[in-house]
Design a protein around this ligand. Structure first.
Ligand code: NAP
Length: 309
């Protein structure tokens, strides 16, 4: 068990976590931010962020996140890499287990975010890393001058389809309905791009491949129930996200989708534990709303600590 008693321990280092850390360290609360992988969260795999205010013309996701980190460093936020596996409520103190080691803290802010959902179709797991990917920004460049498919019709699918056009000879956008969920400005760019071909009302039934990787996809048309083979050697899955809160299922109230339930001030069902960003049930998941959540959670945590004294 660590001897240090932190005021606030933040779990997750995306926009919500870094904002919470900025506010708590600036408020001179003894703060520790624990991140499993690299600081920056999902934005690190975003090419261009166009809707975060203050950056006309957009800013690359990693560049934006480096600014967040530098801003936190300015106020001395302590960060560490590790995986949180447990959270125990001891009343005025919480015990957080990171890689088997226990840390003491008076308040916790959970900002673990979400990860890409899977399709759960035959061949998907087998060919992950050999043609199946959940991140076009990470893997798109491996697919030069070959046809690929992007699955999904939301903002992520649209942005990734446009990004893949830099490399692929053709991008099939496979969507289960006949209209996109993505924001209008992205839809306009999709429909204006000659490299992108929409495959409407269709879902993937199977990923087919051999020892070279993916060779094609078997699709099912949901309107006429017909089957089709799509010649694509890459499948990028962008069908939404799953919150990373499973390790808290026994401890906090979650909704059926696995999102942490909070009040409008980011308080969870456990006093002294707050949740912010994409892991929290809310209407809009954007960097701007994650930042807003992180700030609220930090200020409400500070008030909780003040009231304890
Ligand atoms: P999303 O908005 O939930 O869209 C998921 C898409 O995948 C939908 O088109 C959905 O179809 C489809 N889908 C879901 N399950 C499927 C399945 N099993 N098989 C086939 N298709 C399936 O997810 P997202 O695009 O990852 O975005 C997540 C959140 O981040 C959203 O709030 C989004 O606005 C935000 N985001 C914002 C930006 C930005 O502002 N620049 C960029 C990326 C993400 P239906 O439409 O039929 O439901």
């Amino acid at each position: 068990m660590s001897e240090t008693l932190y005021d606030v321990l933040i779990i997750g280092g995306g926009p919500a976590g870094l904002t919470a850390g900025l506010y708590t360290s600036r408020a001179k609360l003894k703060s520790l931010l624990v991140e499993r992988m690299i600081l920056g969260g999902q934005v690190m795999t975003t090419t261009k962020v166009e809707n975060y205010p203050g950056f006309p013309g957009g800013i690359d996701g990693p560049d934006l996140m480096v600014r967040f980190q530098e801003h936190c460093q300015e106020f001395g936020l302590e960060t560490m890499t590790g995986e949180v596996t447990g959270l125990v409520d001891k009343g005025d103190e919480k015990i957080v287990t990171v890689d088997g080691k226990e840390f003491r803290t008076r308040a916790v802010i959970i900002t673990t975010g979400a990860e890409p959902s899977k399709l759960d179709v035959p061949g998907e797991v087998e060919f992950t890393g050999r043609g199946v990917s959940y991140c076009a920004t990470c893997d798109g460049a491996f697919f030069r001058n070959v046809p690929v498919a992007i699955i999904g019709g939301g903002d992520t699918a649209a942005e990734e389809a446009l990004f893949l056009c830099r490399f692929a000879s053709k991008v099939y956008m496979v969507h289960r309905r006949d209209e996109l969920r993505a924001t209008k400005v992205l839809q306009d760019r999709i429909f204006a791009n000659d490299k992108i071909e929409m495959v409407w009302n269709s879902t993937v039934e199977e990923v087919v491949g051999d020892n070279t990787g993916v060779t094609s996809l078997i699709l099912r048309n949901k309107v006429d129930d017909s089957q089709r083979t799509l010649e694509a050697v890459g499948m990028f899955v962008a069908v939404g996200v799953t919150p990373k809160a499973h390790f808290l299922a026994e401890i906090l109230d979650l909704n059926p989708g696995g999102y942490i339930l909070t009040d409008s001030d980011c308080r969870t069902s456990m006093p002294g534990v707050f949740a912010a960003g994409d892991v929290r049930k809310k209407i809009l998941k954007q960097i701007a709303t994650a930042v807003g959540d992180g700030a609220i959670a930090a200020i409400v945590a500070e008030k909780y600590l003040d009231d304890m004294e």
